[in-house]
Structure formats: structure tokens, C-alpha cells
Design a protein around this ligand. Structure first.
Ligand SMILES: *[C@@H]1O[C@H](CO)[C@@H](O)[C@H](O)[C@H]1NC(C)=O
Ligand SMILES: *[C@@H]1O[C@H](CO)[C@@H](O)[C@H](O)[C@H]1NC(C)=O
Ligand SMILES: *[C@@H]1O[C@H](CO)[C@@H](O)[C@H](O)[C@H]1NC(C)=O
Ligand SMILES: *[C@@H]1O[C@H](CO)[C@@H](O)[C@H](O)[C@H]1NC(C)=O
Ligand SMILES: *[C@@H]1O[C@H](CO)[C@@H](O)[C@H](O)[C@H]1NC(C)=O
Ligand SMILES: *[C@@H]1O[C@H](CO)[C@@H](O)[C@H](O)[C@H]1NC(C)=O
Length: 885
């Protein structure tokens, strides 16, 4: 983490914003479908840039680009053999003169002059092979734990429950680095000319600087349609571009130049992971800490990457150096393309048996990418990206007098803006961070890719923090919070494919470990769709609600999109398996109530009545809230699909017997079934508020008492915590329609983390706007976008709340356009001087919907027909109706 250097940069593409008015044509973006007649002085042309004016000293100064890719264009091909690909990179420009990048810091190569270092990530590169995830010893331990819980021996139950722990997950790996080496003169660039910028509008990074009146420029993007990373390196003085390029990797590999235009990197991931760091006490039951190896000839995932170099105008020469580097001399510009593939062929195929041939796949992709000129690749990329990104716009300003003054981009670096947020509270920085979450989701989760992991896809380590594994007790779910409300539903597809895989492995885990039907998934997973408990203490490892929480995303997807095919074919079968596991997992307790046992409130320890620390008890509030949500979802789904069978009948009966959310003596929501003493009241998780957000069982319309208790609970929890805790709190306060507290949490995130002593921070933002746990963890980037959307529009099947948590003083004027709400509707809303101005609502194809509109206590009914666009005024009166074209 002590590297000095400078990182990349940016791009500008002045995208000309076309402004459409009502119903202007088929390819209109949602943000342009409706405009307020009174949108005055809202600055819609602000650039969305993450900007640096100098070298990167830390990895979190790099600018992320990325893309996912599917090869077989089959929507919802969740069974079968779809091939997919995703390639991302972080680009850093390192400057030797600041501090050399040495072999000691793990890179294993020496530096020649200036170096541009670009870790390339392929999201299928993980350690390991398919696993078993079943433990035949579990039932004995389980009944022992249950007995101890029943007799109130929670500390003892906690100790024994550690024997229910499974193997550790596999570890996310990184493919390698592209190294661009320039001569030393580049370190002496003219001050004031250096810029590196990520332009969210075009998903492109541009670096620019001048050396002795010669201007150098590098542009980078990752193309989803062409499955390729592209860089263009150019200079504005003819024949004066010199550099070398090579590939390297920390994994076992072989890198060589094929000829003077191609470099190949091939290698493989380890089968066995490095032994995990185990926190807390030792693990009572010794297991193979390295994970399963079930075959005699272990072979990890193999990969193959191709780099192609093209020099422009026929000017200059390329030489092969040392058989592995390409040296470019005296050219005008060069384009580098990079493709890659792996042998990963789904979570159930052992790499040994994979039919995939990564070398021919990557070479084929390269041939296809070379058939397009740079300009073509660029425009294909931008068209693909903007079709998603341009669906939503957000403009926030403090007030008319400051409408232009608070636009500081182009002048200040993003890090300076983050720092000054504490004073100026510049709303345009909120816009940027909101859109950055959308950008990152598009960049790391596209149909066919793996779901976004703990770091999305951006990782610099062979041993990333927490293995880079998906964590299912908040983090993986938070990654997908903005996908629906922020109009990126396609980006959630990888999650649904993943749930399908979990349901396969999880069926075995449910059956063998718990004697239950259906499927179960615990807290930590990996690319092999691991479903068993994590290795370690019960407080984090033993939490069997991961799959159930994920299942709520299936129903929410339907509730927002009204996609019945999805509900019938993809979602419902998974929800059925989940509900049937939950029915079996629930145990009849005293008074006919249904209980869970064992049960933990994620990662939180309590003090048992005998004074001992414990984490295992029964019926933690979160269990009950998740189960309630899943049951209510499947009942609604069955109604939508006209199904009524034995399972639904059992679910309906069970619903009435679930423990309800209970209020404690101190008027907060109880976290456990008993009022245990809580030695850590400021704990980072808001598990017992699941029902408030992202769940729906605690809501202002129906459960005012629980809302009051939820407010107490949030106050009691306090404001400190990792980034994801901050954004969870922001969204929860928004659900309580409390703009003051929601905004406090928004503001809380704008804390510039110093990477050299990041452990002194809680939450916050790095200079590249990555969110910090710390370390970097991407969940809060997504949680932030979702929370801001939640402050502006909230919906349920019947209700639509407008500006429910708008900080009126802070964001006095604004428009949020193209947000999605329940029922397949799209909403654009504008306000001025803190008051609702106008809103537009429409439904493209999802059928009709009747909604009650709510704004500050006023309510009105809106009957929205498909294909129509409605405009409402500040009194919620419909003032205009027209046909969508
Ligand atoms: C866990 O299992 C091992 C092996 O079966 C056993 O020796 C040990 O006593 C168990 N630990 C607890 C706390 O029950
Ligand atoms: C190249 O760019 C530099 C810096 O902008 C400028 O001073 C110089 O005149 C340009 N040279 C040419 C040949 O355009
Ligand atoms: C590029 O490299 C060649 C060969 O080493 C050298 O002659 C030339 O001066 C270099 N050009 C620049 C602009 O540094
Ligand atoms: C280098 O090798 C690749 C793969 O064989 C081939 O497609 C490409 O045309 C070659 N380039 C040159 C300059 O020979
Ligand atoms: C505009 O900004 C200035 C300086 O930040 C501040 O003092 C003033 O109150 C702001 N005006 C409005 C209307 O927000
Ligand atoms: C909503 O509008 C549709 C189509 O105009 C109509 O058939 C339906 O009865 C209306 N529903 C309500 C509740 O007004």
C-alpha cells in the first residue's frame, strides 16, 4: 500500500446531450421521456467525472473500468451452458521518481523508468474446484445445539455450534498486469497539464499530460459488446511515441510474445487456497483448512489472455524484447486490445473436465475485436453503456443563487471535493457519487458475468480482504440494491443465475446437514456456489438465512418489472425451494409458535442471562423478518401465477404462527427473542431492522409503532460504522421518512480516507470514490445510490411516496428522472425551493396500475395505463395525459 505513482486518466468525450421532449421516439432514454415545464435553472449539463490531477500513490487512486459479457445471447439461460466473460482493469500510472515499484512489494519485476501498471481481472479466476458442502456429522451436532438452546445454555450452545462450521470459501484471484513502460522524461511532465479522469458519461478513462510541449494521451475503456479492453496511446508530435508493453501475473503463468504484434499470457489459479486467517477463538473441530480436494490430479482454473498491439499510420517500428515484451519506437499512436478467457465452466464443472478452450476463445475474440477500428469499438462501447447509464439523471442544487456556483468539477479534483463537502455540502458531488454507483454496477455485473463480489470485481491481491467472497448477510444483497430503483434491472441477472447455482448445492446441504427439504445457503459463498457454513465461530459462520434473503430479490424483481415469465420460470421455482426449506427449518415451540433454533443475529454477540458471552440462541428477530418477507413474497407470487398447492397452504398456516417483531423495554426493536444484554450497542449490522429496509414489514403506512421503535433502534445504534453500515442507515432513515437523519448519513460518507492509515477510519470514501469498510469494499457504493433513490421516491404495490426524505434545505431544487418503482412504472420528479413541483409517471408495457400518490400527508389516486404518460402537479392533480410514442 505504499506505492507511489500516478494513476490514470481520463476522458472527455463531450457527449452532446440530446434533449427530447414528451414521447420523442423509440430509443428515448427514461430520463428524457418526461420534462417538467418548470425546470428552471437546473443545470443538466454538468459533467460526471472522477478527477485526479496527479500521480496515484495508492491503489485506491486508480480509476476503475470494467465490463461483463455474455457470449450466448440467451436471456435467462440459467440452466445450461452459457458462456460468459468479464474483464476488468484498474489502471495506475506509476512514477519511478516518486517511489520505485519493487519486487518486494509483490510485483516480482523490476521497473524500467516510468511504468503504467494495469491489473487485469477476470471475474472467473478463483482458487478451488467444485465442492461438496454437506456434512454428515452435522445432524448430531445440530440436535446437541438445539438441546442446549432449549435449556437456556447459550454460551455452551455457541461453543458446540462451532462444530457446525464448514470449509472456508475459495479466493478471488487476479489475472495479471499490463505493463506499459515509458522513458524517464515522462516523469517530468509539465505541471498543470496532467489530468486523469474517469468520465461516467462515456465509461472511459483518459490520461493527458505534456512533456516539453509534446502532449501524451491515453484512453481506456472496457467494451461489453466486444469483450475487449481497449487502450489508445497517442502523442501530438509525429513519430515521437516510444514505449514497451508486456504482461505479467502473480499467478503461475507463462508470458511471451507470439510475434511483434501479440503477447500471450497463460497460466492457472491454485486449486488450494492459502490457509485462511481465522478470527476469534480456535476452531474446535479440525478440518482441512485448505478446502476440499476431491480428485487425484488437482488442476485449478486455467486462463489465457491475448494482448494485441497495433501502431497507427504505418509510422514507427515494433521489436520483440526478451521474447516477451513489445517495444514501440517512433510512432504516432498505438492501440492495444486485450481479451481473455478461462476454463471456468460453471460452478459444477471441475476445471479438469472443462470443455472450454480459453486460448481459442480469447484468440477468436481478438480476431473479432480487430475487425473493428478503434473508433468503431469506441462507439459500440459507448452506445451499449449509455443505453443503460442514460436511463436516470439526477440534478440537485442548493438554491437558485448557487445553482451554478456549486459546480466545482473541472476545477477541483474529486478528492478535494470530498474533503470540502464537510463545509460546502456540494449537492453535485452527491449526484456524482449516486451515478458512480450506477456506473460501477454496469461495469461489474452484466448478464453472463459473475455477481459483484465484495470488491465488485476490482482487486489487487492474491489474498484479498475476506477472500473477495460474496457475503450474504448484507454485502452481496447491498450490491444489488440500486439495480431496480436506479433502472438497471439487467445488471441483477448474474445474481439470479447465482441463486440458481446455490439452490443446487444448497439442496444437498439442507438435506444432509439439517434433514430439510428445499435449499439453504449460509453466510459466505464463492464462485463454486458454496452453500455450507463458513469455517469458524458460530457468530458469523452459522447463519442459514443467506439464500432466503437473496430470494427476496427474486420477488422484488418481479414487483418492479412485472415480468411474469421471469416470475414463473426463474423466480418461483427458487422461491418454492427456499420456502420449503424454511418450513422445515422452523420448529414448533411453546404456545404453537414457530421458532428457529439455532439462530444468530449476524456477527453480533450478546450476554447470556448467566453472564457469559454467546451468539447462538433461538428466533433472532432477523430470522423472523426474513422468513416473514419470503413467505409473504411467495404467497403474492402464487397469487400472481394462479397457483395454490400444498406448499402455499403450509406457508399461509405458518405465517400466522411466526413470532412478530417485538418492542423492548427501552422502546427499541428487540434483536433477539429475549432481551439479552448487548455488550456492543453500536454494532455495525442493523439486522433486526431488516423489516424496515430492505424488507417491508415495518413501514410508515401500516406499522407506526414499529416505526417509532425502529427510530429508537437507529438512534441507539449510533452513526459510526463501516461504509455499508452508513448507507444501510441512510436507507433505513429514508424509509422512516426522516430526511434529517437520512441526510446526516449521506453526509457521513463524505469522509476522505487516508489509505496510508485507513484503519483509523470507519467508513468513508477513497480518492477514487470507492467506499471504505475500510479496506475498500464496494457494497456502500451501491448502497449509497439506493439510499439516495429511497430519499426521493419510495413505492410499494399500492403506494408511491414522493420526496419522502428530501433534505429540503440541502437539495432545495432538483429533478430525479427515470427512477423505477413497483408495478413496472417509471417516475420523474422535479421540485423547487424544497417543494414538489411536478412529476411524470408512465408505464411502458407492464400493464395498468392504480397507485395512491403521497406527498407530505396529501394523497391522491393515480390510475396509470400502459403506454400513457401522466403529469401531476404539486397538488397531485393530473394536469396532462398523453400517449407514449
Ligand atoms: C467438536 O467435535 C469434535 C470432534 O467430533 C469433538 O471432539 C469436540 O468435543 C466438539 N466440540 C464441542 C465444543 O462440542
Ligand atoms: C501538442 O500539444 C502541446 C500542448 O498542448 C502544444 O503546446 C503543442 O503545440 C502541440 N503540438 C502540435 C504539433 O500540435
Ligand atoms: C524513441 O526511441 C528511439 C530509439 O531509442 C530514439 O532514437 C528516439 O529519440 C526516441 N524518441 C523520443 C521522442 O524519445
Ligand atoms: C501474430 O500472430 C497472430 C496469431 O497467430 C496473427 O493473427 C497475427 O497476424 C500475427 N501478427 C503478425 C504481425 O505477424
Ligand atoms: C450560497 O452559497 C453561499 C456560500 O457557500 C452561502 O453563504 C449562501 O447561503 C448560499 N445561498 C443559498 C441560497 O443557498
Ligand atoms: C383504471 O383505468 C382503466 C382504463 O382506463 C379502467 O379500466 C379501470 O377501471 C380504472 N381503474 C380504476 C380503479 O379507476
Amino acid at each position: 500500500m505504499l506505492r507511489r505513482g500516478f494513476s490514470i486518466l481520463l476522458l472527455v468525450a463531450l457527449a452532446v446531450e440530446l434533449s427530447f421532449w414528451f414521447g420523442a421516439g423509440v430509443s428515448v432514454n427514461d430520463k428524457d421521456v418526461w420534462s417538467s415545464s418548470s425546470e428552471k435553472g437546473i443545470n443538466g449539463g454538468r459533467s460526471l467525472e472522477v478527477r485526479f490531477d496527479g500521480a496515484a500513490t495508492h491503489w485506491t487512486d486508480a480509476l476503475p473500468v470494467g465490463n461483463g459479457r455474455l457470449v450466448d445471447v440467451v436471456l435467462f439461460a440459467w440452466k445450461g451452458n452459457e458462456r460468459w466473460f468479464q474483464f476488468c482493469m484498474l489502471v495506475q500510472m506509476l512514477n519511478k521518481l516518486l517511489q520505485p515499484w519493487t519486487p518486494e512489494n509483490g510485483m516480482g519485476f523490476s521497473i524500467v523508468n516510468c511504468l503504467f501498471h494495469c491489473p487485469d481481472l477476470e471475474d472467473t479466476l478463483w482458487t478451488g474446484t467444485p465442492g461438496d458442502y454437506a456434512d454428515p456429522d452435522a445432524p448430531t451436532t445440530l440436535s446437541e445445539v438445539r438441546k442446549l438452546v432449549d435449556s437456556g445454555k447459550y454460551a455452551e450452545a455457541t461453543a458446540v455450534a462451532a462444530n457446525l462450521s464448514g470449509n472456508p470459501s475459495a479466493v478471488y484471484q487476479l489475472l495479471g498486469d499490463i505493463k506499459l513502460e515509458f522513458d524517464e522524461s515522462h516523469a517530468a511532465f509539465d505541471k498543470g497539464t496532467y489530468q486523469r479522469v474517469l468520465d461516467l458519461d462515456t465509461a472511459t478513462v483518459k490520461v493527458q499530460y505534456s512533456v516539453n510541449q509534446v502532449e501524451f494521451e491515453r484512453d481506456y475503456f472496457a467494451s461489453y459488446p466486444d469483450e475487449v479492453i481497449v487502450m489508445k496511446i497517442s502523442v501530438n508530435k509525429s513519430s515521437s511515441l516510444n514505449f514497451t508493453v508486456s504482461l505479467d501475473s502473480k499467478l503461475h503463468h507463462h508470458a511471451y510474445a507470439n510475434n511483434n504484434s501479440q503477447i500471450i499470457l497463460d497460466g492457472r489459479c491454485p486449486v488450494r487456497r492459502i490457509p485462511p486467517h481465522v478470527f476469534g477463538n480456535s476452531i474446535p473441530k479440525e478440518r482441512d483448512a485448505l478446502g476440499p480436494v476431491q480428485h487425484t490430479n488437482p488442476k485449478g482454473i486455467e486462463y489465457f489472455a491475448v494482448l494485441d498491439l497495433q501502431i497507427g499510420d504505418g509510422v514507427g517500428d515494433v521489436h520483440v524484447l526478451d521474447g516477451r515484451k513489445l517495444q514501440v519506437v517512433g510512432c504516432n499512436w498505438a492501440v492495444i486490445r486485450l481479451t481473455a478467457a478461462s476454463t471456468f465452466d460453471g460452478p459444477f464443472t471441475d476445471p479438469v473436465d472443462s470443455k472450454r478452450d480459453p486460448s481459442s476463445e480469447s484468440l477468436k475474440k481478438m480476431d473479432a475485436a480487430k475487425a473493428h477500428s478503434y473508433a468503431d469499438l469506441y462507439s459500440r462501447h459507448v452506445n451499449d453503456y449509455q443505453a443503460l447509464f442514460h436511463r436516470v439523471s439526477l440534478q440537485l442544487t442548493k438554491g437558485p443563487t448557487n445553482a451554478t456556483k456549486n459546480d466545482k468539477d473541472g476545477v477541483m479534483t474529486t478528492a478535494e471535493r470530498v474533503k470540502s463537502f464537510k463545509i460546502d455540502e456540494d449537492p453535485s458531488l452527491v449526484e456524482l457519487l449516486f451515478q458512480y454507483g450506477r456506473y460501477l454496477l454496469i461495469a461489474c455485473s452484466r448478464p453472463g458475468s459473475q455477481p459483484a463480489n465484495l470488491q465488485g470485481i476490482w482487486n489487487k491481491d492474491i489474498e484479498p480482504a475476506w477472500d473477495g467472497a460474496p457475503h450474504l448477510n448484507i454485502n452481496l444483497q447491498m450490491n444489488y440494491w440500486p439495480s431496480l430503483s436506479c433502472n438497471l434491472k439487467e445488471c441483477q441477472e448474474p445474481l439470479f443465475d447465482y441463486i440458481s447455482s446455490l439452490s443446487v448445492n444448497g439442496k444437498k446441504t439442507a438435506q444432509v446437514n439439517y434433514g430439510a427439504s428445499g435449499w439453504v445457503t449460509h453466510q459466505v459463498s464463492d464462485i463454486w456456489a458454496k452453500t455450507s457454513a463458513d469455517r469458524g465461530q458460530a457468530v458469523w459462520a452459522l447463519w442459514p438465512m443467506g439464500g432466503a434473503w437473496l430470494c427476496t430479490h427474486l420477488w422484488d424483481h418481479y414487483a418492479y418489472t412485472m415480468d411474469k415469465e421471469f416470475l414463473r420460470n426463474k423466480a418461483y421455482p427458487l422461491m418454492e425451494g427456499c420456502a420449503s426449506f424454511l418450513l422445515d427449518w422452523l420448529i414448533e415451540g411453546p404456545g404453537g409458535r414457530l421458532e428457529t433454533n439455532p439462530s444468530t443475529s449476524p456477527e453480533h454477540t450478546f450476554t447470556a442471562p448467566d453472564g457469559k458471552p454467546a451468539s447462538v440462541s433461538y428466533s433472532a428477530t432477523m430470522d423472523m423478518q426474513i422468513i416473514r418477507e419470503v413467505f409473504s413474497n411467495i404467497v403474492s407470487a402464487a397469487e400472481e401465477l394462479g397457483k395454490s398447492d400444498d406448499l402455499i397452504a403450509r406457508v399461509r398456516k405458518a405465517q400466522a404462527r411466526l413470532r412478530s417483531t417485538t418492542i423492548a423495554k427501552d422502546e427499541s426493536i428487540m434483536e433477539w427473542a429475549e432481551e439479552f444484554a448487548d455488550p456492543e450497542v453500536h454494532h455495525r449490522h442493523l439486522s433486526h431492522l431488516f423489516g424496515l429496509f430492505p424488507g417491508h414489514s415495518i413501514n410508515v403506512g401500516q406499522t407506526p409503532d414499529l416505526c417509532k421503535a425502529a427510530e429508537k433502534t437507529l438512534i441507539k445504534r449510533g452513526e459510526e460504522g463501516p461504509g455499508w453500515s452508513t448507507t444501510w442507515k441512510a436507507a433505513s432513515w429514508a424509509r422512516l421518512h426522516n430526511s434529517e437523519h437520512a441526510y446526516r448519513m449521506v453526509k457521513h460518507l463524505f469522509d476522505l480516507v487516508e489509505p496510508s492509515h485507513e484503519s483509523d477510519f470507519e467508513g468513508g470514501l477513497y480518492a477514487n470514490l470507492f467506499t471504505a469498510h475500510p479496506p475498500f469494499q464496494i457494497d456502500a457504493n451501491f448502497g449509497f445510490s439506493a439510499a439516495v433513490a429511497e430519499m426521493l421516491v419510495q413505492s410499494s404495490v399500492r403506494h408511491l411516496y414522493l420526496l419522502p426524505a428530501l433534505p429540503r434545505e440541502k437539495w432545495a431544487n432538483g429533478c430525479a428522472k427515470g427512477l423505477k418503482v413497483h408495478g413496472g412504472l417509471t417516475v420523474s420528479v422535479c421540485w423547487s425551493e424544497g417543494d414538489l413541483d411536478q412529476l411524470g409517471i408512465w408505464s411502458n408495457n407492464a400493464g395498468n396500475g392504480v397507485k395512491t400518490l403521497h406527498y407530505r400527508g396529501a394523497a391522491a389516486t393515480a390510475n396509470i395505463s400502459s403506454g400513457m404518460l401522466y403529469t401531476f402537479n404539486s397538488h397531485l392533480e393530473c394536469v396532462d395525459t398523453r400517449t407514449l410514442l
